[in-house]
Write a protein that binds this ligand. Structure first.
Ligand code: SUG
Length: 444
């Protein structure tokens, strides 16, 4: 039976913009108020997906969410017609409208934590949609994400999409961006959860400058509800210094695939104990590739998103690193990558992609995708039209060209026409993808 990893990439939505909403995400803070190009954002994302699909990697899509989120504005006291709600929020509270208009659901690594059926006690694939409580604009994603995942993974015998964890700071959960999975040969996998702080135990060091979004308590609850084997599950603290340097998720400083862990030397609190545990679970196959400060500084790693690359297995068993184009423009990082891929190590190929629209909001190749390991039978149980083949790529590209603007500023978010354009686009998309009525405007 063939088991393979499918990358579900989020399609950047029609309201993609730069509103500086994410504290501790240096790109988002720096690029606030830039003019965005939602059409280009979507096309750049689709181009990466197509290139990987063409190279033989299993690729699927996740749809954007309805924005502005009129229901959220109503819950906060705005009333009247939808157009009046948006217009008044735009006049009185533009930052609130911006939060309710964010296209942040494109960063699918934050959609959910996923445990493949081979890791879980009941033999089903488990999903916990992330509650994303650290940021209001992201917490708005959970309801639609849960519906979308339930529409795609709609077979109770094979899949379970849990409710998100309780929406409280103590259970702050940012999904797969803080989860890694390592596997060596036929032995069971090790699931690795990286947290930024402990909510109920204040003894551990915490970042001084920026928020730690993921709590250990959240990660432990997910491991319990997914029925993971405690002896194959590790909880590791992210280095507070990495969070303070702008690594708001672990996937900004580390990525794992197979038995390889590619990370910065300052990614975790204690490399040595944690590497020793991995070595005892995975044996000699465990291959850490740790990049020191002298080769690539933490600041350069965050600026280029070197570790926000996708690491995928090629047919011959060696690995491809899917990196952001910014890596090749930095002398130290480009030199490091040249040396990394030309040696005898496991990573033998590099492909760089222009994802600048997403990158300017702090989202690289790895942020844009949710990894879901599925067996043949599980893939066959997906009834939705989400597999990116030539036909879906052509349809999605044409859909983007029909519906997306090529220029959007935060001030444009108050334009009521944007809401209508988005709804028309998503109505069409939900039919194309066969995911049912997942959007609030379809369920009125
Ligand atoms: O949550 N940016 C996102 C980027 C998420 C990246 N994902 C991963 N690392 N997996 C965030 O910080 C910025 C939106 C704005 O400022 O308009 C934003 O939400």
């Amino acid at each position: 039976m063939g088991v393979l990893e499918v990358n579900f990439d989020g399609i950047p939505g029609p309201t993609h913009n730069y509103s500086g909403l994410a504290a501790g995400n240096l790109a988002s803070e720096r690029n606030r108020n830039l003019i965005a190009n939602p059409r280009q954002a979507a096309l750049q994302g689709l181009a990466k997906m197509k290139a990987l699909a063409d190279a033989g990697y299993a690729q699927a899509v996740l749809p954007p969410h309805e924005r502005p989120a009129v229901a959220a504005l109503r819950a906060l006291g705005y009333a009247g017609s939808d157009a009046a709600v948006v217009a008044r929020a735009g006049r009185e509270a533009p930052q609130l409208l911006a939060a309710c208009s964010s296209a942040a659901a494109m960063w699918a690594a934050n959609a959910a934590t996923v445990s493949p059926s081979s890791d879980t006690a009941d033999g089903r694939v488990h999903f916990t949609p992330a509650n994303l409580v650290s940021n209001f604009h992201r917490a708005l994603e959970t309801t639609t994400t849960t519906r979308v995942l339930r529409a795609i993974f709609n077979d109770a015998g094979r899949f379970i999409v849990h409710e998100p964890l309780p929406s409280a700071a103590q259970f702050g959960d940012e999904g797969a961006a803080n989860q890694m999975r390592l596997v060596a040969g036929a032995a069971p996998a090790v699931e690795l959860f990286v947290y930024g702080r402990m909510a109920l135990d204040t003894a551990a060091a915490v970042p001084q400058r920026f928020p730690a979004r993921q709590t250990r308590e959240a990660s432990e609850a997910i491991a319990r509800r997914h029925g993971l084997d405690p002896s194959r599950t590790l909880f590791v603290q992210q280095n507070p210094a990495a969070i303070d340097a702008g690594a708001f998720h672990n996937d900004v400083v580390a990525v794992a695939n197979g038995a390889v862990l590619f990370c910065h030397a300052r990614a975790f609190v204690s490399h040595e104990t944690f590497f020793a545990s991995l070595r005892s679970s995975l044996g000699s196959a465990f291959t850490p590739i740790v990049v020191g400060e002298a080769e690539v500084s933490l600041d350069r790693a965050v600026a280029t998103y070197l570790f926000n690359s996708q690491l995928v297995t090629r047919l011959d068993g060696s690995m491809l690193l899917v990196a952001p184009a910014e890596c090749l423009e930095d002398e130290a990082v480009a030199a490091y990558l040249q040396q990394l891929t030309s040696g005898e190590g496991p990573i033998r190929e590099l492909r760089a992609f222009d994802l600048r629209q997403s990158m300017k909001n702090g989202g690289g190749p790895a942020c844009l995708r949710l990894r879901v390991v599925l067996s043949d039978a599980e893939r066959a149980a997906v009834g939705a039209n989400v597999w990116l083949d030539d036909a879906l790529y052509a349809a999605l590209t044409a859909w983007v060209m029909r519906h997306y603007r090529d220029r959007l500023t935060p001030a444009d978010l108050a334009d009521p026409a944007l809401l209508d354009e988005g709804r028309r686009a998503l109505d069409e998309l939900s039919r194309l993808l066969r995911i049912g009525d997942v959007y609030p405007f379809q369920r009125l």
